[in-house]
Design a protein around this ligand. Sequence first.
Ligand code: SAM
Length: 308
Amino acid sequence: MPRVGHRAGHRVGVTRTVSYRLVTDKSPERKRGVSVTHGSTASPERRFPDIDFTKAHTARVWNYWLGGKDNYPVDREVGEQVRAVLPEIVDAARAQRGFLIRVVRHLVADAGIRQFLDIGTGLPTANNTHEVAQANAPECRIVYVDNDPLIMAHARALLTSTADGATDYVYADLHDSDTVLREAARTLDFTQPIALMLLGVMEHILDTEEAYAIVTHLLEALPSGSYLALCDPTTEIRPETMLEAVHRWNESATPMIKARSRQELVRFFAGLELLEPGVVSSSLWRPDPQDLGTPVEVFNFGGVGRKP
Ligand SMILES: C[S@@+](CC[C@H](N)C(=O)[O-])C[C@H]1O[C@@H](n2cnc3c(N)ncnc32)[C@H](O)[C@@H]1O
């Protein structure tokens, strides 16, 4: 099992231990099309890494900016510190959720996609990937992956599949993409197109070459007709302010983040057919026609590419 969190060096101060029982293939949940799996061959009864409530964590701060309640004083404090530098952070978090909704809807309704691999899921909030996908096609199958043990505790909220479809939650680290693929194959059919969703997660892979290598490796496992949807912070607009916000974050929260130029984000789509309008502010990626006026530009840019 990847030693997530320990690698990030955030296991400091008081911690609380949470343990989980894993659902096996024969469970009633699995029969209903939902399950929780762990990225290892370990016994079904196991102890997960400690959750550190003393340091702000990306999933919980993101939840705070999205207006959720699954966060702690330390998360709100850092959330406000970053917001003081970058007041539009809340707009950006919400714009990324809007991007997710429009992308998933497009992929299901227009591109015929029925399978999603959503890595860096975050805490459940409104319009999770499976809800948007299954609202358009109930037979959609979704695998969520995250390396935050707290999200494991909330995974039940992600596992509300329609009877015709399936959802699975895998506790695994993106650095260990072989495990991600192996566990995802329990639910997804890798001979059929899959949409790989990487929203707000590649920013946590600080080494850009490593980040490209991970995405390439994941895409290699997907058949022709699959898609990549990616959204991350960029230094493209107000770079100095962005770098200051990144600096504040990296000083006090975990895991660390990296903001990239638009060109660096575009390179994630190398070898793919990039859909119009390309890699743009997530708010400006095919905004809904019923939205009044032009949405404001935010500093997290997203795009969607099709594997030929
Ligand atoms: C900013 S949140 C984005 C949540 C969601 N994708 C969204 O767009 O609302 C980033 C998520 O990525 C997860 N994450 C960060 N590094 C990861 C890694 N190496 N492997 C798996 N998940 C990771 C965090 O735990 C967190 O839940």
